[in-house]
Design a protein around this ligand. Sequence first.
Ligand SMILES: CC(=O)N[C@H]1[C@@H](OP(=O)(O)OP(=O)(O)OC[C@H]2O[C@@H](n3ccc(=O)[nH]c3=O)[C@H](O)[C@@H]2O)O[C@H](CO)[C@@H](O)[C@@H]1O[C@H](C)C(=O)N[C@@H](C)C(=O)N[C@H](CCC(=O)O)C(=O)O
Ligand SMILES: Nc1ncnc2c1ncn2[C@@H]1O[C@H](COP(=O)(O)OP(=O)(O)OP(=O)(O)O)[C@@H](O)[C@H]1O
Ligand SMILES: N[C@H](CCC[C@H](N)C(=O)O)C(=O)O
Ligand SMILES: [Mg+2]
Length: 496
Amino acid sequence: MRLKDLANYIIASEIQGDAEVECSGISIDSRKIQSGDLFLCLPGHTVDGHDYAQKASDQGAAALVVQRWLEDVELPQLKVKDSRLAMAVLGNVFFGSPSSRMKVIGVTGTNGKTTTTYLIERILEDQGKNTGLIGTIQRKFAGRTFPMSGTTPESLDLQRYLHEMQEAEAAYCVMEVSSHALEQGRVKGTRFRTAIFTNLTQDHLDYHHSMEEYRAAKGLFFSRLGNTYDPSSDLRSYAVLNADDPASAYFAKQTAAETITYGVEHEADIRASNISITAKGTSFHVDTFRGSADIMLKMVGKFNVYNALAAICAALLEEIPLAAIKDSLESIQGVEGRVEAVNEGQDFAVIVDYAHTPDGLENVLNTVNEFAKGRVISVFGCGGDRDRTKRPIMGKIAARLSNHVIVTSDNPRTENPDLILKDIEDGLKEDQVPGDRYELIVDRREAIQKAIEMASPEDVVLIAGKGHETYQLIGKEVHDFDDRIVAKEAIRGLDK
Ligand SMILES: CC(=O)N[C@H]1[C@@H](OP(=O)(O)OP(=O)(O)OC[C@H]2O[C@@H](n3ccc(=O)[nH]c3=O)[C@H](O)[C@@H]2O)O[C@H](CO)[C@@H](O)[C@@H]1O[C@H](C)C(=O)N[C@@H](C)C(=O)N[C@H](CCC(=O)O)C(=O)O
Ligand SMILES: Nc1ncnc2c1ncn2[C@@H]1O[C@H](COP(=O)(O)OP(=O)(O)OP(=O)(O)O)[C@@H](O)[C@H]1O
Ligand SMILES: N[C@H](CCC[C@H](N)C(=O)O)C(=O)O
Ligand SMILES: [Mg+2]
């Protein structure tokens, strides 16, 4: 496409240099430029993409999108006010606005996004609907899976991925929408059929600064939704909100879409009751606007009832019968790394979970306490270069809900691991937790080994924070590390 044709899609833009130049592709990363690409300069959080324009030119870029003229780079340039917005617009141009030709169901919230997307994907797939998935664990379509480096891709990658799914005839994409993504406009240009909210509790205060800012970032999902009441059902949008979370009232006010609520404690369109949790699963009764059902999930935890309710709402909106939804939900074994049991024939339980927020940790520990016959031994840490304020809070929660706590490293990233452990210990000290009820072991492998060696019959060892992750980020290095494998090795080591 010629630069001047692309310029037509951004009204307030100007061209310097050859407007006729052909751009065969588009990229935001000088390291990935292919000859003939349009290089879009993004001002980032760590570096400025404009500083890589010359490198992009050396790699064969045909033209640039810039926010300020780059006099030293001899390439045609398209100047825009906001290159992030230009990325979303041009991503749609290059990839043919895929979200207007499929139904995209998005899930936002502090916890439960991955789980809820998996439940919805299963229900849709069981109905024979070709469905793609994008989220923390992986990207998936047409039976193929691809690793993800984050939860929600940049808008350009997102349009590319949706386009690939659409080419593979996907009718649906179910995706996680993180608050970072909303704040950075990564889902601008994506039309959502349904926007789901799970919950809002503390996380990411390093990035969003306050809970109000964090809520406002999530609010962008709902404020951009649903100002179309076209009778064609495919064009209608819906907001699915958790009636038991106070933030939902704020989101309901922001959206033009019809809202459907789900909940347990409060009045809701879809409401669960008679919840019963055992080590084998969770049962509940659900009343909906399309009938009632008794559902027995193989997944444990009251929080999974909420995830299931959100999935039921999304599926009912697609006119899937409640009986079919029940069958799908009941067949799901669980989601990788979420309350995942590690069994090597030992006489105590080992559970790996992805809880990495205060609320997530509290929920999973409450769940474990519901069925633990012996002691609860927890092993957890907190990620480096992330919200520091959640560390002491998580320490307190772990101590309150476990008999013994082993504080260890999560992904320290570029922080000093010992200091992260100390931040967690501050919470334990504040609550005057006796020194014999907890210990700090910076090496995660050693920490897991110690917990497993301590366990007596009927105890539960909870290893939280990294779930499905198969690596540990220390400094700038990526090390192979999988809690489930390390736990298995430790259990096998007990026989020796
Ligand atoms: C804070 C944040 O979100 N940062 C994201 C952002 O990075 P950035 O703004 O620092 O980018 P940058 O490194 O400064 O680069 C700026 C520009 O220069 C370009 N560049 C850079 C170097 C070079 O040699 N050549 C070049 O062209 C880059 O491609 C980019 O276009 O844009 C990058 C490219 O898209 C992202 O990879 C990066 O995510 C970082 C790695 C990250 O850790 N993000 C986390 C916090 C995140 O987004 N997490 C949420 C999940 C949270 C949750 O659910 O709990 C997620 O959705 O993944
Ligand atoms: N609805 C929920 N409410 C509270 N906690 C939950 C809920 N669902 C799951 N959890 C807890 O949070 C952890 C993470 O769950 P999940 O991966 O589904 O969330 P997520 O929102 O995708 O997380 P991320 O922000 O890292 O992408 C689980 O391992 C579990 O301990
Ligand atoms: N999506 C979350 C995942 C945290 C997982 C935890 N293991 C960590 O590294 O802090 C984040 O990027 O903050
Ligand atoms: Mg996730």
